[in-house]
Design a protein around this ligand. Structure first.
Ligand code: 6AU
Length: 275
């Protein structure tokens, strides 16, 4: 089995500007924590990000849930990304034909491609979703994650669907930088030439919680140790485990949870590379 490279070594080898930048931030901040900020008011959104920013390599947004959205929010988000040194991932989960996703990515109220370093897409339409998004994002140096698996109970993204997602990514590795998945794709034997090729897909994993096994709507949680050490994932995505109840942001609590998840994720990684 080949030695597991550090994030820093992978950053030096990576061809994609978005993947390289993410791996560099992870190494620099010693954080493989992506915080998912799923709150609905601008003020709460910015408050949570300002508190968790120092502990995160990546902030994940659902910009379409912000009720009082206006373009100043994007400027403020970008200022925080510079202040705290993190990248931005708009979790848009594109799922339409190439022409439509190109418009959804570039245009509308949110103009996602202009500010989000990373976004994601469902592979369900086939490879044309990648070429559609790449026509907008590649010239800007953006990166795409394909949803190869999901964290929810009863997910249909399994078996041959997951395998096809990996094939699509390999055929478009000039724009696809990795997967939303629950484990490394090599571990399920899907990368026929794993170890021979230079490909290096990042695995970003949601469904992470230290105090809960799930919610009442099908979400399932595993611990950072299970995700990073046992399943070999690269980045833990944590939402409610950190910001708690969105209608009442307790800054002290949010900060200590961010610190706790960042430490747990990094310790799991250190164990993983020392094995
Ligand atoms: O930690 P939570 O459960 O509060 O939030 C998890 C976040 C949510 C979901 O939209 C997202 O992660 N997510 C995704 C992503 C990132 O694409 C895929 C998935 O399978 N499960 C999942 O929860 O913002």
């Amino acid at each position: 089995k080949p030695a597991i490279l550090s994030y820093g070594e992978r950053a030096r080898l990576h061809k994609s500007p978005a993947a390289k930048a993410l791996l560099e931030v992870i190494e620099r901040k010693k954080s493989n924590l992506c915080v998912s900020v799923d709150v609905t008011k601008q003020a709460d959104f910015l408050k949570v990000i300002d508190v968790v920013g120092p502990y995160a390599c990546l902030i994940k947004t659902h910009v379409d849930i912000i009720e009082d959205f206006d373009p100043s929010l994007i400027k403020n988000l970008q200022d925080l990304s510079v202040k705290h040194d993190f990248l931005i991932f708009e979790d848009r989960k594109f799922a339409d034909i190439g022409n439509t996703v190109a418009l959804q990515y570039s245009s509308g109220v949110h103009k996602i491609a202009s500010w989000s370093h990373i976004t994601n897409a469902h592979p369900v339409p086939g490879p044309s979703i990648i070429t559609g998004l790449a026509s907008v994002g590649k010239p800007l140096g953006r990166g795409l994650l394909l949803l190869a698996e999901m964290s929810t109970k009863g997910s249909l993204a399994t078996g041959s669907y997951t395998e096809e997602a990996v094939r699509m990514a390999r055929a478009h590795d000039d724009f696809v930088i990795g997967f939303i998945a629950q484990r490394r794709m090599e571990d399920v034997g899907l990368l026929e030439n794993a170890g021979e090729s230079e490909e290096d897909f990042l695995i970003l994993t949601p469904g992470v919680g230290l105090d809960s096994k799930g919610d009442s709507m099908g979400q399932q949680y595993r611990t950072p140790e299970q995700v990073v050490l046992e399943s070999g994932c690269d980045v833990i995505i944590v939402g409610r485990g950190i910001y708690g109840k969105s209608d009442n942001v307790d800054v002290q609590a949010v900060q200590s949870q961010a610190e706790r998840y960042r430490t747990a994720g990094w310790e799991a990684y250190q164990k993983r590379i020392s094995h």
